[in-house]
Design a protein around this ligand. Sequence first.
Ligand code: PLP
Length: 375
Amino acid sequence: MNVHDRYDLTTVINARGTFTPLGVSRSSDGVCSAIAEALADFFIVDELQALADRSIANFAGAEAATVTHCVASAITISVAATMAGTSNQRIAALPDTAGLANSVVIPAGHCVNYGQSILQAIRLSGAAAIVAGNPESCELADIERQIEENHCCCLLLVSSKLVESAPIDFSAAVEVAHKHGIPAIIDGAAQDFRIDELIQTNADLVLVSAQKYLGAPTAGLVIGRRGLVDAVSAQDKGIGRGMKATKESIVGVLAAIEERQSLDISMWRETQHRKVVDFMSRANAIDGIGARSEPDPTGLPFSRVYLQLERDHAGYDLTTLVGKLKSGQPSIWVVDQNITRDEIGLELVQVSDGEISVILERLAELLGADKDAVD
Ligand SMILES: *Cc1c(COP(=O)(O)O)cnc(C)c1O
């Protein structure tokens, strides 16, 4: 009996993507057994952590790396590290920042809410967030204007779903921060396929969630310059204590990184492409549905499917459809942030072939189409 049946929990089909309220991702059998093994035993945690740190740095092609509880906590701890360095006294004093440069510059369009406001993740360290530009656009000059003497770092963000503003030239923004003598941190939570590109911007730290496309347990990878990564690790004895990586998450990260290193990316990309093309042709065969695909706007190596309703379905609009998909059994979740553009999205990366058939059958059923069209 699986855990859903044992506790009478809702069975979910997740076509929404790496979404925290749904449990983010599926781990492979290899990652799951590594975690189970770790939970049943002891380690010299510093030794385990040092091994993972080297493995992540090697994987990312960076000088250094470490693991925190998640990216939300990695933001707080990284900002803390830019204020306190490795000074025990300063680490112990936080979130009291008296006498420290404590302002973080962040472009207005990057002030997102991923379930928590990123501004709060900054403030938790004791720092203050200084917003540059406006939500629609932020020029390099807007960032530069905000960098004054009491600044500790500049925080930038990559997000396909959350950022609505015009894209920023990361390398140029990093250069502006460096010109003023402060480090630049990039929140690239979902960008585990693009870590090398983000490192190449010359950012001092790149933050990546291990539980998104990497399929590790929840953990935040902090990757970058040696001195600053050491300052992040040093926070374990300060405000980072409540945000620490656990032994099972560190072992899970190790296993997930080894799997990624042996992954044939072009074959993976081809599998994702075939899934999308197949889904579109089967969805287009359902009367009244139009399907198109669009590559991930941040450059992740896959596309999403977008569905439109092509005629009136007895009073059905997309909001009703999304609600019905969620309230059915199994509960089907889609990307519903674009309903204002008259379409819903589906991210199929984590959806199995069997689940894809269930989704298509449910769509046909809800829209009153002939089920035969789906098979
Ligand atoms: C998912 C996400 C986060 C939060 O990451 P966690 O590891 O869940 O804390 C932060 N920023 C962005 C852009 C995200 O996509």
